[in-house]
Design a protein around this ligand. Structure first.
Ligand code: UDP
Length: 239
């Protein structure tokens, strides 16, 4: 796909689960180290990188609210979980020489910078990776929507969503061995078929602003770089 090869600035969405390795919960530092090396490889090629990291490995608001907690408080806890993940990834990136800034949608000056678009652009200009933490800063949203929002705000050429599988399938490939993988999909198909890969507000935001979404798996070493060279396996969602 020649489109992928021309990406100069991209936003990569990592789910919290992608940091927990084989553990059922929390942060697996070996996995974080591996993710950091993937990111360094791409950053070294001069592609400008924004990251949005989820928090599902630590706390997911809706799941906890279902057990009786107030939804807004639970969502704030979920957002705080994404800050922990962001600090872990920042730490491992800087340990291998990748200058990184964390910006939080919920200001917490002693821990990281508050979100500031103009400053984030400057960081990218200087070759720094910028990690956007705390989602959108609002309850009732997800980090997928935060990823689409930041991708639009930061004028990214694409949103790359790392998942457990190498693209979008017509049914769950983990339970259905005959599941078919799509090479391309339109935003409309994605919304109509309710393919639960990303929430609808994220897809709508990407569609309204013409940002292609690439769904891929970080399972194999070098996967992110491969996708950005227009190779490997992924599903691209666009008009
Ligand atoms: N969250 C929120 N607003 C946002 C982003 C996230 O309230 O803008 C909360 C929500 O409770 C969510 C949790 O943070 O469940 C963790 O984010 P998410 O579930 O998107 O993480 P992922 O599934 O990507 O690990």
């Amino acid at each position: 796909d020649p489109a992928a090869r021309s990406f100069r600035r991209v936003l990569v969405k990592l789910s919290g689960e992608g940091l927990m390795g084989d553990q059922g919960y929390g942060i697996d530092l070996e996995t974080v180290g591996r993710v950091a090396r993937e990111i360094k490889e791409v950053n070294d090629t001069g592609v400008e990188l924004c990251l949005v990291i989820g928090g599902g490995n630590i706390f997911r608001g809706m799941a906890q609210a279902a057990k009786g907690m107030d939804r807004t408080s639970a969502d704030y806890m979920g957002m705080l979980a994404t800050v922990m993940n962001a600090l872990a990834v920042q730490n491992f990136l800087e340990a291998i020489g990748v200058p990184t800034r964390v910006q939080s949608a919920i200001p917490m000056d002693t821990v990281c910078e508050p979100f500031n678009r103009r400053q984030a652009v400057q960081h990218l200009d200087m070759g720094r990776v910028v990690i956007f933490a705390a989602g959108t800063g609002n309850p009732f949203f997800t980090t997928d929507t935060a990823a689409a929002l930041r991708a639009v705000e930061m004028n990214c050429d694409a949103l790359l969503k790392a998942t457990q599988v190498d693209g979008v399938y017509d049914s769950d490939p983990k339970t259905n061995p005959g599941a078919k993988r799509y090479a391309t999909l339109t935003y409309g198909e994605m919304l109509r078929q309710d393919l639960r890969v990303m929430d609808t507000s994220a897809i709508a935001l990407a569609r309204d602003n013409g940002i292609p979404i690439l769904v891929f798996s970080l399972g194999e070493a070098g996967a992110l770089g491969t996708v950005l060279r227009g190779a490997g396996r992924y599903t691209i969602i666009r008009e």
